[in-house]
Ligand binder design. Structure first.
Ligand SMILES: [Zn+2]
Length: 409
């Protein structure tokens, strides 16, 4: 069950002077390649899904695979929404299984960025979830990155960083100190002095976007100055593309599977190399013992109704699934009826929360209060309710060797 609390994970990296890689994935080849690398390197890892990449995959289809892969991993994993554009996208990411979210309003002015970020932080913290904000602007300079992140680089200033973190309460801050998304023309020049000052003033884990193209030495200096999370995608997309081109050139096979052969391994090798450079390799065991596991909670009600016909009960259930299912931190609402006609209790609600913090925020949420008062309690008579932690047996079948090998093709 190696999904871990991402705030603990990055705090551990920050305290111990290394950085965790946050690798954006756009397909199952990326997902498997990244995790196989983490297993070989015994490294904590962040599986990252960027909202700007949603056109490459169906987020709601991808997330169950990401979650299943994280759960069967033997190294600590966090699942992160990268560059979330709005409060709605953050809430949706939480619903589908992310346990950390980034809100990116860095293209707006300071006041607007602060306002949007604060709204996401309030919702996410009520779900027990950390938030990454971005201040300053990291542009893209080539191809798709230029279209997705238009404009000029804007450096993060110390005064704004202080005010932004104080007002929004973000847990991690992405800073702009000279990197760009995508490829950079020439050698990037990084403003370490600025980074050092921000780190000393804030003392929270800092994040770098646009890691592709930096030298080993540049990475080391970033980490020395408080960078605990490095976003990395472009180089992975490049090695994957190179692998496809090599297959095409070798003309072994023109089929899809032939062209995609070894893509996963190429991604995996690049990821492993970064984990070793950034110091996260070999930290898995420590992180697993020091960081809180990320465990869902379920809220169960079994109940009876008095003097109401089935149609009304079913309407109430449908309304409950719709209203309660939209509350931040609720992953799923399952309604049911007893199989046996003569069961002592006839109906059930099962509400899955992403984190124990949601027990309180859910019960206080105005939509829940209104539904409970107006629709549920007037119908439901006798009832029992319980919030429970999922207990997972140590005997569950988990074949780590399959993943660790990463070479099943
Ligand atoms: Zn980014």
């Amino acid at each position: 069950m190696p999904l871990v609390n991402m705030k603990d994970m990055l705090q551990h990296a920050y305290d111990h002077g290394y950085a965790v890689g946050a690798f954006d994935l756009v397909s199952l080849d990326f997902l498997e390649g990244i995790l196989a690398a983490a297993e070989r390197a015994r490294a904590p890892v962040i599986l990252s899904l960027a909202e700007s990449h949603y056109e490459y995959f169906d987020f709601e289809l991808m997330m169950p695979a990401v979650e299943a892969a994280a759960k069967r991993a033997s190294v600590p994993v966090a699942i992160h929404l990268d560059h979330g554009a709005s409060l709605e996208s953050a809430v949706r990411a939480i619903k589908f299984g992310c346990n950390g979210v980034m809100v990116d309003a860095s293209h707006t002015n300071f006041g607007e960025n602060t306002r949007i970020t604060k709204s996401v932080v309030e919702a996410a913290h009520a779900c027990g979830m950390p938030v990454e904000g971005e201040l300053g602007y990291v542009p893209g300079v080539e191809g798709e990155d230029a279209e997705r992140h238009p404009g000029e680089v804007a450096y993060t200033t110390l005064a704004e960083a202080r005010a932004y973190v104080e007002r929004t309460r973000v847990d991690f801050l992405a800073v702009s100190i000279g990197t760009v998304h995508g490829h950079m023309k020439g050698k990037p020049k990084l403003d370490y002095q600025r980074l050092k000052q921000i780190n000393e003033a804030l003392a929270i884990p800092l994040v770098i976007h646009g890691g592709t193209g930096l030298s080993d030495d540049q990475f080391r200096r970033l980490i020395t100055n408080g960078v605990a999370k490095i976003n990395y995608y472009t180089a992975l997309a490049d090695v994957a593309g190179a692998s496809v081109r090599a297959n095409a050139k070798a003309n072994r096979s023109n089929s899809y599977t032939g062209l995609m052969k070894n893509v996963r391994e190429a991604i995996s090798a690049e990821v492993e190399c970064r984990m070793r450079l950034w110091g996260s390799a070999g930290r898995a065991a420590e992180v697993l013992t020091r960081c809180r596991p990320w465990m869902p909670v379920e809220h169960l009600i079994i109940y009876n109704v008095e003097g109401v016909d089935e149609t009304r009960v079913e309407m109430m259930m449908a309304e409950g699934r719709r209203v309660l299912g939209a509350i931040p931190g609720v992953r799923e609402v399952v309604t049911g009826k007893a199989v046996q006609e003569n069961a002592k209790y006839r109906y059930t609600w099962l509400v899955r929360f992403c984190h124990p913090a949601v027990i309180d925020s859910y019960h206080e949420h105005p939509d829940h209060v209104a539904f409970a008062d107006k629709m549920f309690r007037p119908l439901a008579g006798e009832r029992i309710s319980i919030d429970f932690n999922i207990v997972e047996t140590v005997f569950s079948v988990q074949n780590h060797h399959n993943i660790a090998g990463g070479e099943r093709r």
